[in-house]
Design a protein around this ligand. Structure first.
Ligand code: PD2
Ligand code: ZN
Length: 228
């Protein structure tokens, strides 16, 4: 149930485009704009307050570990050379602030909060990156079956920028040569599937190496169904 949008704007259709323009969200206005049609990429400015960004970083700071990814062969979480950051998994509804952010995101994407995976908080230091990859699970690969059993595909990805980065660290979509520069409190949202449910190969994306400074983000993946 929305705490932010009027009832008649709450039409929870999976993979529907988020509402465009200025939304009078509580506690502050958000600006949502589409920056690419295929793949469907959206920029959300002012999604988090500076205090919320700092809070997410503080929750993760002491518990960082090398970043893991899902092994396409086995479905297990493994460390790979292509992803050289550190991460911390939060839990769903970990505290009031996390729940408020999760609820805000569910309102924007018009999908149930229970379809969301818990936040991953990532820290990239100088030279660290995530090379081009897909967030969806390729059903042809054996390891994807285990990942898909729980909630189905990752329909939507949100990367929430928790800090500014002095240089580098952009989120990059190589097939459309689009870069999104981190800005504290903003997020990039993109669909990994077309609205008919087919995988969108143009959703290929990367986190470019940090050149100067440090990059902190929170990622949120939203599944087709309840993630439990
Ligand atoms: O940190 C990013 O910008 C980023 C970009 C692409 C993170 C991910 N993918 C991810 O964690 O999947
Ligand atoms: Zn990704």
């Amino acid at each position: 149930m929305s705490t932010y949008l009027p009832e008649n704007e709450m039409l929870p259709k999976p993979a529907e485009a988020p509402p465009k323009g200025l939304l009078e969200f509580i506690p502050r206005p958000l600006q949502i704009s589409q920056v690419c049609v295929t793949p469907s990429i959206w920029l959300i400015e002012n999604l988090l307050s500076p205090a919320e960004c700092d809070h997410l970083i503080a929750l993760a700071k002491e518990k960082l570990m090398p970043s893991l990814t899902v092994d396409p062969e086995t479905g297990e979480h493994i460390q790979i050379r292509e992803r050289s950051s550190s991460l911390c998994f939060l839990t769903l509804n970990q505290d009031e602030t996390v729940t408020a952010i999760e609820s805000r995101i569910a309102d924007i994407v018009r999908m149930p909060m229970v379809n969301g995976e818990a936040f991953q908080i990532l820290r990239y230091q100088i030279g660290e990156e995530y090379q081009p990859h897909y967030d969806y699970f390729d059903p042809q690969l054996k390891g994807s079956h285990k990942a898909l059993e729980r909630g189905g595909q990752r329909v939507v990805t949100l990367v929430l920028y928790l800090t500014e980065v002095e240089a580098g660290g952009e989120t990059y979509f190589p097939n459309v040569d689009l870069r999104v520069a981190p800005k504290q409190g903003s997020a990039v949202l993109f669909y990994n599937l077309y609205s008919n449910g087919e995988l969108d190969p143009n959703s290929l994306h990367a986190s470019l190496p940090v050149i100067s400074g440090e990059k902190w983000v929170a990622t949120k993946w939203i599944r087709e169904r309840e993630y439990r």
